[in-house]
Design a binder for this molecule. Sequence first.
Ligand code: FAD
Length: 189
Amino acid sequence: MTADTREPQSNDQLPKGVVIGKDGKPCRSCTSKRDFSAWAQMTKSSLKSGSNAGTGAIVGAGAGAATAAASTFSSPHPTPDDCPADVETLGRSTWTLLHSIAATYPKTPSAAQQSDLRTFMGTFSRLYPCWVCAEDFQRYMEKDHVQVGSRDEFGKWLCEAHNAVNVKLGKEKFDCSKWEERWRTGWKD
Ligand code: FAD
């Protein structure tokens, strides 16, 4: 299930796209800045009017937390760069890290390097901060085991894994024959 489409748990008052975290509060790293901001606006208005709209699902979140989030996101100015990562910023940065690991992975890795990469990817898939993304990625890795036998093998596996997320989000697939140009050598002229 994608962070963009998952409906909030038992709450039809939250803006579409706001994903609830396992703590019952809106999960920033699972939600886009735009949707999180819409929730914060809604929360701010409801706090002002004393109504419950927009706050029903944040079980356990105090008014302080709601107000802090509202004041962070309700400014008419663009969101500053030094705010916590939303699902898109986090995703973009993470793909950069993962594809860069592929780009610098040896062509003929030792058994220890293969083991390190396999362990890293397994741990990564459990610790990724967007929990809906993480659960889907774990399922993907159960079906399509990570390939760590060489740089090319891992680079292509990762490209296909990234494409699976692209498809889920309705984005175009990337041409995996070009993964090294994008992430290692730079584009051919
Ligand atoms: P990104 O998808 O972040 O890609 C960054 C750059 O990588 C692109 O500009 C392009 O140059 C290059 N690229 C694109 N596709 C490929 C490819 N197949 N191979 C190599 N290079 C490529 N978001 C959700 O909303 N729901 C989810 O369930 C979700 N799951 C995710 C799971 C993981 C493991 C990760 C790391 C991220 C996930 N994301 C998810 C975030 C999502 O994939 C995007 O990172 C985010 O939407 C921002 O997208 P973007 O268009 O900037 O480009």
